[in-house]
Design a protein around this ligand. Structure first.
Ligand code: NAD
Ligand code: WQD
Length: 333
């Protein structure tokens, strides 16, 4: 599993182990901590091998892939900060696109030809209609989002060239929450770029107020609407996608989202219910490049492999708040 020490990857390792699979985590730890893998070991009560390596390093990949008899690779490894990708696009294309090409090349060389790829709702940009089906044309708005479209295209070309590949593209909407054990969660470096980690830091007293990026959008309360899904529901989707691939399809694309939209204020109020106190907010300017409404149509994942989210936004906030209380400084505690 590339990127398996990261936020979504680590939760997915827990799901895989609980289902009786074995997993090796391959991660360069550029945006994660080895302590996340320790937490996975503790939750699963199983040993998990962590290999520190970069997907751009063919030799490092060969050392892991050689002779280990992997059934599949779940490929989470990527850089994901949208604003950073605008400032340093080459780094994003090199890491996310060229790195993936190297990974696919080495997988093929070792006869491992099944992959689940972490794509993103960001590929849709500002959708023409919501909820968004997988047939919506892609219109990426940032180098980060374009790197995801490029890898999707690369995978489609690979399927056309070699029918022995089995490829699942999962387009995640907004992953939030934490493992209910309180041992595993998101640990953003520096100022959180995403709403819920920021709200959580306000609740912990680490920041003064939640900046609301515009309240004059054409939505019910004027703030941006997103489809937030619990990271454990998302993690389970990977298992189901793998099982679906084993049943035969060669190339699939699925949204993973709840089908429900929440505004910025909906999120803040849900977190207030979870932490039991009011959180200060301040309306500030719109964030450049923000889309207005993003809500998944998750019907295809439900029909094809029976995926349905089990957690609502309140449960996401409760689990995130538990993680914040047990680990106020992330994995630093
Ligand atoms: P994350 O940063 O926590 O995890 C990514 C992991 O990949 C990190 O552990 C990082 O160290 C590792 N990594 C990055 N580049 C690497 C490289 N070259 N070689 C080896 N390891 C490398 O992010 P996440 O939120 O867990 O996201 C996982 C995947 O899901 C990413 O591909 C991301 O683009 C995608 N995604 C995330 C969200 C979300 O809401 N978090 C939404 C849509 C898509
Ligand atoms: C959600 C809403 C903001 C912070 C981004 C990436 C996307 C992705 C997930 C990877 C928006 C508002 C936010 C704050 C706010 N993942 N907001 N104050 O923008 O949907 O998605 O992360 O693929 O590619 O673009 O998520 O959490 O940043 O924002 O008002 O301090 O909260 O304007 O409406 P977003 P987000």
């Amino acid at each position: 599993m590339t990127g398996g020490a990261g936020y979504i990857g680590s939760h997915t390792v827990v799901e895989l182990l609980a289902a009786g699979h074995e997993a090796v985590v391959f991660d360069n730890l550029v945006n994660s901590s080895p302590l996340a893998v320790d937490a996975v070991r503790r939750i699963a009560n199983r040993e998990v091998r962590l290999v520190r390596g970069d997907i751009a390093d063919a030799d490092g990949l060969d050392a892991v892939l050689g002779g280990a008899g992997f059934d599949a690779v779940i490929h989470f490894a990527a850089l994901k900060a949208v604003a950073q990708s605008v400032a340093d696009p080459l780094r994003y294309y090199r890491n996310n696109v060229a790195g993936t090409a190297t990974l696919l090349d080495r997988m093929a060389a070792h006869g491992v030809k099944t992959i689940v790829f972490s794509s993103s709702a960001a590929v849709y940009g500002n959708p023409r209609t919501v909820p968004i089906t997988e047939d919506e044309p892609t219109e990426p708005q940032s180098p980060y989002a374009r790197s995801k479209v490029m890898v999707e295209d690369l995978l489609r070309d690979l399927d056309a060239a070699d029918p022995t590949w089995r490829i699942s593209v999962l387009r995640y909407f907004n992953a939030v929450g934490a493992h209910p054990s309180g041992h595993l969660g998101e640990d953003p470096v520096g100022t959180p770029a995403n709403l819920l980690p920021y709200v959580a830091q306000v609740a912990m007293g680490r920041r003064d107020f939640v900046p609301v990026f515009g309240d004059d959008y054409a939505t019910a309360d004027g703030t941006g609407v997103r489809d937030y899904l619990h990271v454990c529901d998302l993690a389970r989707g990977h298992l189901l996608a793998l099982e679906h691939l084993a049943a035969g399809p060669r190339f699939t694309v699925h949204n993973l989202g709840t089908g429900l939209g929440s505004s910025v204020y909906d999120v803040i109020h849900a977190f207030e219910r979870a932490c039991g106190r009011a959180l200060p907010t301040r309306v500030v300017a719109r964030r450049t490049g923000d889309i207005v409404v993003s809500i998944a149509d998750p019907e295809r994942a439900r029909t094809d492999f029976g995926w349905q989210p089990a957690h609502d936004l309140d449960a996401c906030c409760r689990d995130l708040w538990r993680w914040c209380q047990t680990h106020p400084n992330g994995f630093g505690d």
